[in-house]
Design a protein around this ligand. Structure first.
Ligand SMILES: Cc1ncc(COP(=O)(O)O)c(C=O)c1O
Length: 374
């Protein structure tokens, strides 16, 4: 079976993790957590980063840190992983779905603006599959005009750029995921990056039981500390932070590998008129966390089955969130609510993409697709 993704790791990763294990202490809240945060902030180009045990816990905490609560509305795409909308629900607010554009599958600014009400507190654009949301600058202007937060869901986009500007530096804050299918991974993990000291202080509270630590390490101190808020335990284990540091060191190489693989797919699939390959443009730096093609609606299921029969794993990223049972039942949503989202989600098929994929495998996958349409 050719898998949709595989984890890339090397002896440096093993060494980094082993060192923490052998140390036999500070497996929680260890020095590697801070180092990982500094390195992520520096890589993205923001003052601060806070790491979490998942992208979901990071985004949830970030909404709370920005005082998003019951009665508030947050505009999100429906064409994304369910966590983008779920975190809004977890914060007690209402996710309002806006449609996407057809190139990068990012939020459509026109539809976003139509959905703004006095209750809107934030917009969460998603950088789909490592493609920067191409309308991010317009979304920035809208957020400014209505004085609402712009929170980037860059779970899939670490290292992606638009007009030479790093994804994660357009919003007031951004979330990245380090789950195992992402560009760099520590198994599970996430981060928030921001220039706001106030946000980062709030994030620290929500991450660790609402405990006011003021630079004191809870595990190494005899001092009683105050609990001033209701918080969670959303901390990233130190073993994962050490792995994250080691993975981050090779990010540029990992991105280059993915981009070279995408080029090979593009080259082969362009001869097939029924296949639309991912959007390309000189002003974007797509990092291909996913390589997603579009095929005719009527053919997708049969193509997916045929590829599976030939040992090729593919997946549909994403079925629209507003049509998932949870949302349909809660808000009585039905079809024809978001025409572009619904159309695109019927056409997309994500192909295997990871740095270790072989040229013969790319050749085999491409040929199987071309042969199917023949
Ligand atoms: C767009 C998007 N948002 C949020 C998440 C949630 O991240 P995590 O799986 O690390 O909780 C993911 C990860 O799969 C994602 O792809």
């Amino acid at each position: 079976m050719i898998n949709l993704f595989e984890i890339y790791s090397d002896e440096h990763d093993v060494k980094a993790v082993t060192e923490v294990i052998k140390r036999g202490k500070s497996w929680a809240d260890g020095p590697e957590n801070k180092i990982f945060e500094e390195k992520i902030a520096q890589y993205v180009g923001r003052k601060y980063a806070a790491v979490f045990n998942s992208g979901t816990s990071a985004l949830h905490s970030n909404l709370l840190a920005n005082n998003i609560k019951r009665g508030d509305e947050v505009i999100v795409p429906s064409f994304t992983f369910i966590s983008t909308a779920n975190t809004v629900l977890l914060a007690g607010a209402k996710p309002i779905f806006a449609d996407i554009e057809k190139k990068s599958y990012g939020l459509d600014p026109e539809d976003v603006e139509k959905k703004i009400t006095p209750k809107t507190k934030a917009i969460i654009p998603v950088h789909y599959g490592g493609a920067p949301c191409i309308e991010i600058e317009k979304l920035q202007k809208i957020a400014k005009k209505y004085q609402i937060q712009l929170i980037e869901d860059a779970a899939e986009g670490l290292g992606s750029k638009i007009n030479n500007q790093m994804v994660g530096t357009h919003g007031d804050s951004a979330m990245f995921s380090f789950c195992q299918n992402k560009i760099i991974t520590c198994g599970e993990g996430g981060a928030i990056t921001t220039d706001s000291q106030e946000t980062i202080e709030q994030l620290h509270l929500f991450r660790s039981h609402g405990r006011e630590e003021k630079g004191i390490s809870y595990f190494n101190s005899t001092k009683p500390l105050d609990y001033i808020k209701l918080g969670y335990n959303y901390r990233l284990p130190t073993i994962c932070a050490a792995l994250g540091i080691s993975q981050l060191e090779k990010i540029e190489d990992l991105i280059k590998k993915r981009q070279a693989i995408a080029k090979e797919f593009d080259l082969r699939l362009k001869e097939c008129r029924q296949v639309k390959t991912p959007y390309k443009s000189n002003h974007i730096n797509h990092i291909y966390q996913m390589y997603t093609i579009e095929v005719p609606v009527k053919e997708r299921e049969k193509l997916q089955q045929k590829l599976l029969d030939q040992g090729i794993m593919t997946k549909i990223y994403f079925p629209p969130i507003h049509l998932e049972k949870l949302y349909k039942n809660k808000y009585k949503y039905s079809e024809n609510m978001l025409p572009v989202t619904e159309e695109i989600s019927k056409k997309v098929l994500t192909l295997p993409m990871h740095p270790k994929i072989k040229l013969e495998e790319i050749e085999y996958i491409s040929k199987s697709i071309i042969e199917y349409f023949r």
